[in-house]
Design a protein around this ligand. Structure first.
Ligand SMILES: [Zn+2]
Length: 281
């Protein structure tokens, strides 16, 4: 539903054609938010669809608060590094690139001029950024990839945890998000007796210390030494050395709220600037 440009439903696939047209014709600065995630192993306790479920919750909430349309074009992302674990589905790099490009191309043809891509899986990083850049050039539309906030107390704490414990995949941070958004899909009991399973040269563990003066350098050396397929360095599928059971739904809620608010503020600020002439045919 949409009346005078005001949406009552926000998923593209739930709108009728007239509702979509009403929104596009009457919303002063229509924005489409595209979310991408993955279908990949997330340790013993999180769902395979962790990143895509996260993307869907995130973009839906932003769309609702900004009268935008949200779209999740595909469940899988780019996850060849997880293929050692069963259940992972990976697109090839060109497939994911094409899915994002074709999505923007289609909606650009119908007159959408502002796109946001929200990515929820580290493995998609280079591809979705390239897609954003190419789509902007090929289809002459604005494609934004906001990222933030990074300066809040919580964001700083999460960043420190990432550096210190490599809490980037299926650790406390992601588990907190899952406990907030879809606790029914979390099987925390599977972590009983959990011990860190990160395996690497002992010298590399010493490099995981953000208090070192040479951390900038040694953390990149550690990164260079990590094998391409993660089953070779983690038997549990969890990357970090901190216990996922320290996660909490309260932390997940705060993280979610800060992230959503950042995107909402981005969109509201963006809407105050008219589409520059260069984007018009
Ligand atoms: Zn994930």
């Amino acid at each position: 539903m949409s009346e005078n440009g005001k949406l009552k439903r926000f998923w593209l696939h739930e709108l009728t054609r007239p509702a979509f047209e009403d929104w596009l014709d009457n919303e002063p600065a229509p924005v489409v938010i595209i979310g991408v995630g993955s279908i990949e192993q997330h340790g013993p306790h999180l769902p395979l669809g962790m990143d895509s479920h996260g993307a869907r919750h995130f973009i839906y909430e932003i769309a609702k608060r900004t009268n935008s349309v949200c779209f999740h074009p595909c469940w899988p992302g780019y996850s060849p590094h997880h293929m050692g674990f069963r259940g992972t589905v990976t697109f090839r790099e060109e497939t994911l690139l094409a899915v994002i490009m074709d999505t923007v191309a289609s909606l650009a043809e119908h007159g959408v001029e502002r796109f946001i891509i929200s990515n929820h899986h580290g493995g998609n990083e280079e591809i979705y950024r390239l897609a954003a850049r190419l789509a902007k050039n090929y289809y002459n539309v604005m494609v934004a990839t906001p990222r933030g906030p990074s300066k809040t107390e919580l964001a700083q704490e999460l960043e420190d945890r990432q550096k210190r414990y490599w809490d980037v995949h299926s650790g406390p941070t992601e588990t907190s998000a899952a406990l907030h958004l879809f606790p029914e899909l979390v099987e925390i009991w599977r972590l009983e007796g959990w011990e860190p399973t990160l395996e690497m040269d002992p010298r590399l563990f010493e490099f995981m210390d953000p208090d070192r003066e040479d951390f900038e350098l040694v953390s990149q050396v550690r990164s260079a030494c990590m094998p391409p397929v993660n089953i070779d360095f983690t038997s549990s599928g969890v990357y970090g050395t901190n216990d996922p059971r320290t996660a909490s739904p309260e932390e997940g809620e705060k993280m979610f709220e800060e992230g959503v608010q950042f995107f909402v503020d981005f969109i509201e600020t963006w809407k105050t600037i008219p589409v520059p002439d260069a984007f018009k045919d």
